[in-house]
Design a protein around this ligand. Structure first.
Ligand SMILES: O=C(CO)[C@H](O)[C@H](O)COP(=O)(O)O
Length: 233
């Protein structure tokens, strides 16, 4: 049986491999979550060893960890030029498409991944799935105004149960002040089409579908770290 501690070691192994792709002087998009945390700490070690790096954090949690680790953060409300973004994911399909947003940071994560020259995704082997959906609901960020109607439109489109995310009995708020609804979709066969259709629903801010964005997938497995290069789009 794989314990949570074992999985954390696999996430860490993937993160350590990812920092091999980071070179002196780069601007790094810093993801959010338990896997990305290992990557930020490992980058901090590189900085302590003399490397110059600057980071674009995808959450306040990551920003705090980056500062503690000695990574300089750039002004996120200005133009930026990201060399490589490195982040975790909740699911990865055989075409390297992702579900992200388990931690609720999907909006900033997608902006950062979309603007980086290279996007490196880190997972443990349990996140690889034959098709997205099923075991992990799709997070969708929606504006609070009329969120119930937005959720109903999402239910109609996806023919799935859509649930407002809560934290400690209250609606979960994203850093942008929005809500997250989780769509329990059995199987997402055409993620690109679904992403486009969801983005057309008024009130949807962003979805946790990351389609065709992965450049490099690094998988921590009990047999070692597996690095895969996504075909060029
Ligand atoms: O998308 C995310 C946060 O919004 C995370 O990358 C995703 O949830 C994976 O998290 P973890 O590395 O903790 O398993």
């Amino acid at each position: 049986m794989t314990t949570l501690q074992d999985l954390d070691q696999l996430k860490q192994a993937a993160a350590l491999k990812a920092v091999d792709y980071v070179k002196d002087g780069m601007v790094i998009g810093l993801g959010t979550g338990s896997t990305a945390k290992h990557m930020v700490i490992a980058l901090g070690e590189k900085v302590k060893a003399g490397m110059t790096l600057r980071g674009v954090p995808t959450s306040q949690e990551t920003a705090a960890l980056a500062r503690q680790s000695g990574i300089t953060l750039i002004d996120t409300e200005n133009r930026w030029d990201i060399d490589v973004a490195i982040d975790g994911a909740d699911q990865v399909d055989p075409a390297f498409n992702l579900i992200k947003g388990g931690g609720g940071a999907l909006l900033k994560e997608k902006i950062v991944a979309a603007s980086a020259r290279q996007f490196i995704v880190l997972v443990d082997h349990t996140k690889r799935v034959p098709a997205l959906g099923g075991t992990f609901p799709l997070p969708i960020e929606v504006v609070p105004f009329g969120w119930g109607s937005t959720a109903r439109e999402i239910e109609r489109l996806t023919k799935s149960r859509v649930v407002l995310r809560e934290r400690q009995g209250n609606p979960f708020r994203t850093e942008a002040g929005n809500l997250i609804v989780d769509a329990h979709i059995d199987r997402i066969d055409r993620p690109e089409e679904l992403e486009s259709a969801l983005n057309l629903i008024p009130g949807v801010v962003e979805t946790g579908l990351f389609v065709g964005r992965t450049d490099i997938l690094i998988v921590g497995t009990p047999q070692g770290v597996d690095v895969q290069y996504a075909p060029r789009r």
